[in-house]
Design a protein around this ligand. Sequence first.
Ligand code: NAD
Ligand code: LMR
Length: 329
Amino acid sequence: MTRTPVNVTVTGAAGQIGYALLFRIASGQLLGADVPVKLRLLEIPQGLKAAEGTAMELDDCAFPLLRGVDISDDPNVAFDGANVALLVGARPRTKGMERGDLLEANGGIFKPQGKAINDHAADDIKVLVVGNPANTNALIAQAAAPDVPGDRFTAMTRLDHNRALSQLAQKTGVPVGEIKKLTIWGNHSATQYPDVFHAEVAGKNAAEVVNDEQWLADTFIPTVAKRGAAIIEARGASSAASAANAAIDHVHTWVNGTDAGDWTSAGVVSDGSYGVPEGLISSFPVTAKDGQFEIVQGLDVNEFSRTRIDASVKELEEEREAVRGLGLI
Ligand code: NAD
Ligand code: LMR
């Protein structure tokens, strides 16, 4: 039986993450090796020509699962019938721009895109926001899509999660695949909190294996939280292949589920769990089953973790207040 292709819309398709992402989606790594996909690329007018070039390259790969590539600069067209939307294109902070200016500029992108998703996407739409500030951009898009269930809007902290896995693997000398139940809490920003207190390294409690609170506080947490800036410093451009990889991981997990006995991290709408105010899109430990994320419940949060979670959540609340003040939500 021939399966109906899944429509995957990617915004910012001509950017560097887009270039690292599209070929992996078309090869089946996003949804599965038996799931045909149609790509819908959204760019601003200046990005269309480069997007056309990428579409030519996609053709030239002759991917068996790729059933077409459409390109548009109109969100109403690009999100028409979308089942999965990866919102990558965003307005970067430029010299002299205040945080409020950045939020306002991104509001001009994510509000109309949220409305277009509301009006045109498929009923089963799943949205991942990658473009920064990812959590608050997701909130803006969600607010503009009142007819779409709120939990379909998520923000990417999987890159932070993967960074934390690697740092912990290097510290403990255990392969990444043997580390489970790590958590990123809060915002995808330097205030995020990577938490190892419930994590397991080869079946043992990670905090006990590490047994070095100073390393956690002074090395592990800042290394993970400031990794994005360190990559920009080293590469002269923000992370692209690792960001695309994390976007693939996020959606693949959302659709196909988490492994038994493990969880991952994602920015999802808070139901008030762990004292995170309801409605904020904050990173939590999550499992996925039947196409839905669920926040892992009942974890003990120690004092070390509480202050750090609260600081990142406070930043998210401030961002929410700022965009509320700008009339964006
Ligand atoms: P980039 O500048 O290379 O590409 C962005 C693309 O978006 C450009 O081609 C631009 O033309 C396009 N664009 C801008 N406005 C658009 C709009 N309204 N509609 C459609 N397309 C639009 O940037 P990049 O390196 O690909 O990064 C994209 C975003 O991802 C940035 O905001 C970056 O900070 C963010 N990022 C997030 C994470 C994360 O972990 N959440 C990690 C890395 C990067
Ligand atoms: C990252 O974490 O690599 C990015 O969010 C950094 C950035 O500011 O683009």
